[in-house]
Design a protein around this ligand. Structure first.
Ligand SMILES: *Cc1c(COP(=O)(O)O)cnc(C)c1O
Length: 241
C-alpha cells in the first residue's frame, strides 16, 4: 500500500500533542512559581505544511516561528495568521531583513551588530520599530550562530542604542547534552546572563522574554526561567526534509 502523504488525513495526533505540551508547560510553570499563561508556546513550523499549521492555530496556538525567510514567505498566503504572531528564529542574513520587516513581530536570532544595524535601518524606512532577542552562543560552539559570551555585553550595549530596535531579551540553543542536568546548566547560565543584562540595560531596554527550550528540553528550560519555549517536532511530528 502506498504511504499516505496527502494532508487531508487524520490530524487528531496534533490535538493530542498540543494538549500534552500545554499540560507539561502548565505543570512546569507552576513548579517554578508561575502561572501557566506566563510561559508562551511557540509552534516551530519549519518543514510543516500549512494545513497542519492551521490546525494547530485552530487549537489556540498564537505564535509561530520559522527559521528561513523564504519558507515563511512561501507559506504565508496559506496560513490563517489573523491575530497570530510570527517570529524569525533562524540565522538571518541582513539582505533578507527588508522582506520580513512588516511581517514578523520579532526577530529572535539577532547575532551581530551589522544585522541589528540593518534592522534599525529597515524599521526607520518602514516607520516602526522591531522587537528583537539577542541569540547567545551559550555553549561557545564554533559551528553555531549566536553572539559569543565574551562579546555579549558590549554587543548588547551597542544594539541598545540603535533607533527602532527594541531588545526584549535573550534566546539560546544549547549544545546537545548527554544529561538533563548538563542541559539545565546552560539554561541557568543563560538566565543569569539575562538578569545581568536586564539590569545593566535597564534604562535602554525593557527585558521581558527569555526564549529557551525545544521539544527535548522545554520542561527543564521552564524550570530555569524560560517564558517562551520553541517546540517543533514534539508538536508536529518528526520533520521530513
Ligand atoms: C527547529 C528549531 C526549534 C524546534 O526544534 P524541535 O526540537 O523540533 O522542537 C527551536 N528553535 C530553533 C532555533 C530551531 O531551529
Amino acid at each position: 500500500m502506498m504511504e499516505k502523504l496527502s494532508t487531508d488525513g487524520d490530524l487528531s495526533f496534533l490535538d493530542e500533542n498540543y494538549k500534552e505540551i500545554k499540560e507539561n508547560i502548565a505543570q512546569a510553570a507552576k513548579k517554578s512559581g508561575r502561572k501557566p499563561e506566563d510561559v508562551r508556546l511557540m509552534a516551530v513550523t519549519k518543514t510543516v505544511n500549512p494545513v497542519n499549521i492551521n490546525h494547530v492555530l485552530g487549537l489556540g496556538a498564537d505564535l509561530i516561528g520559522e527559521n528561513k525567510v523564504q519558507e515563511l514567505l512561501g507559506k504565508l498566503d496559506f496560513l490563517n495568521t489573523d491575530g497570530i504572531d510570527m517570529h524569525i528564529i533562524g540565522h538571518l542574513q541582513s539582505n533578507k531583513v527588508r522582506k520580513i520587516i512588516n511581517i514578523v513581530s520579532m526577530i529572535e536570532s539577532v547575532d551581530s551588530v551589522s544585522l541589528a544595524q540593518e534592522i534599525s535601518r529597515q524599521a526607520g524606512l518602514n516607520g516602526h520599530s522591531m522587537d528583537v532577542l539577542l541569540e547567545v552562543n551559550i555553549g561557545g560552539e564554533e559551528a553555531k550562530t549566536g553572539i559569543a559570551l565574551d562579546a555579549l555585553s558590549e554587543t548588547a550595549a551597542e544594539i541598545a542604542e540603535m533607533p527602532g530596535v527594541n531588545i526584549k531579551g535573550l534566546m539560546c540553543v544549547p549544545p546537545i547534552c548527554e544529561t538533563v542536568d548538563e542541559d539545565r546548566k546552560y539554561f541557568e547560565k543563560t538566565r543569569l546572563l539575562y538578569e545581568d543584562l536586564s539590569s545593566a540595560l535597564k534604562d535602554k531596554a525593557d527585558f521581558s522574554i527569555l526564549s529557551m527550550g525545544m521539544s527535548a528540553d522545554y520542561v527543564p528550560a521552564i524550570l530555569e526561567g524560560a517564558n517562551l519555549v520553541r517546540v517543533g517536532s514534539a508538536l508536529f511530528g518528526a520533520r521530513r526534509y
